[in-house]
Design a protein around this ligand. Structure first.
Ligand SMILES: [Zn+2]
Length: 293
C-alpha cells in the first residue's frame, strides 16, 4: 500500500525530469558531460510536454515551489542540496530510467500535521492522514498583508476578513523579497505572532491558513504560534506557498498531500495545489467575500 500511494508523486517527479533534466539531476555520479551516452543510441530531441494552464474556463496557478538544490531549508544556510538522482539510467545501460530522491518532509510547499508541535498528538497518530480533505479543497481567499509588519492581532483586524471564510492564503513581504528563492534561510521572514494566531482562532472561521515562507509563525514565536493554531487539530497550516504574480481574490484551492509516509517522518508533508480563477466562484462564501475579488 505504501509504495502504491507514493507512486503518483514519484511519477510527477519523473515528468519534471523531462522538462528540466539539467537542474533536476544536478550531480549524478558518473554521468557528467554526457560521457555515458551509449554508442549507437539515437538521440531524439523532443519538445517539452504541454503544461495545462486552463481548466474548465479557469486559469490554473501552480502555487507550489519546485524542488531545486538551492531551495531554502528552515534554519540552514546550505539549502536543500542534491536530493534527486538517477540510480538506473538508460544512458548507462538500464532498461528504464528510474529516479530516487531523499528529502526532509518539511521541505518546500508543505502542510503541517497536528503532531508537528504536539508530541502527544504525534504519539496518538495525528499525522497528515488525519487532515480534512474537504478543508484542503475548496474556495480560498488570497489576501495581501501590510508589508511593514508581522501578522499581529492588529493586522488581522485590519484585513476585515468576513465571517464564513474558511481558507485564507496570506501574501506578505516574504513574496516581495523572494525568500523562497534564496538558498540561505532568513530568520527575518514575516509570520504570525502569537497574538495574531489567537485573534484568528477566536474571531474568524478560518480553518486553513496559507503562508509564503517556511513557517506560519514568525521566527521569535515559532513555537507559540504553532501551538495556538494546532491545538484544536481543526486548523490546517500550508507553508511555503508560491504566490508570485497571482492576483488577490477568491479561488478554488486544490491541495493534495502525500499519504502513508512512514510514521517516523510524519511532521509535515509535500503537496501539490492549484488555484482556479474567480470564474469558479459559487454562492455562500463568495457572496461574503465579493469585495476581495
Ligand atoms: Zn509550520
Amino acid at each position: 500500500m505504501k509504495s502504491l500511494s507514493l507512486l503518483p508523486f514519484l511519477c510527477s517527479l519523473s515528468l519534471l525530469s523531462v522538462v528540466t533534466a539539467s537542474t533536476a539531476y544536478p550531480s549524478i555520479p558518473g554521468t557528467d558531460s554526457g560521457e555515458c551516452s551509449l554508442a549507437g543510441v539515437e538521440t531524439i530531441n523532443l519538445p517539452p510536454p504541454p503544461r495545462r494552464e486552463v481548466y474548465d474556463n479557469g486559469r490554473i496557478f501552480d502555487i507550489t515551489h519546485k524542488y531545486v538544490p538551492e531551495m531554502p531549508v528552515f534554519g540552514s544556510s546550505e539549502g536543500l542540496g542534491n536530493f534527486l538522482w538517477l540510480p538506473r539510467s538508460m544512458k548507462n545501460g538500464s532498461l528504464a530510467n528510474n529516479s530516487a530522491f531523499k528529502l526532509d518532509v518539511h521541505t518546500g510547499t508543505h502542510v503541517d500535521a497536528p503532531g508537528h508541535f504536539y508530541d502527544n498528538y504525534y504519539d496518538a497518530g495525528f499525522d497528515v492522514d488525519t487532515l480534512d480533505l474537504e478543508l484542503l479543497n475548496g474556495l480560498a481567499l488570497l489576501v495581501d498583508v501590510p508589508r511593514d509588519s508581522n501578522i499581529t492581532a492588529e493586522v488581522m483586524k485590519s484585513l476585515h476578513i468576513p465571517k464564513g471564510v474558511r481558507r485564507v492564503l496570506f501574501r506578505t513581504l516574504n513574496t516581495d523579497r523572494r525568500l523562497m528563492f534564496k538558498k540561505e534561510f532568513d530568520s527575518s521572514y514575516v509570520g504570525f505572532k502569537e497574538d495574531g494566531a489567537k485573534w484568528l482562532v477566536e474571531n474568524t472561521d478560518i480553518k486553513l491558513v496559507g503562508v509564503d515562507y517556511l513557517s506560519v509563525a514568525s521566527y521569535d514565536h515559532s513555537v507559540e504560534s504553532h501551538l495556538v493554531f494546532l491545538k484544536s487539530r481543526e486548523i490546517i497550516l500550508v507553508e511555503g506557498l508560491k504566490l508570485d504574480d497571482v492576483p488577490s481574490g477568491i479561488y478554488s484551492l486544490r491541495c493534495l498531500h502525500l499519504r502513508n509516509v512512514p510514521s517516523a517522518l510524519y511532521c509535515c508533508c509535500a503537496l501539490s495545489l492549484f488555484l482556479l480563477s474567480q470564474m469558479l466562484m459559487q454562492n455562500g462564501v463568495t457572496a461574503a467575500c465579493h469585495k476581495y475579488s
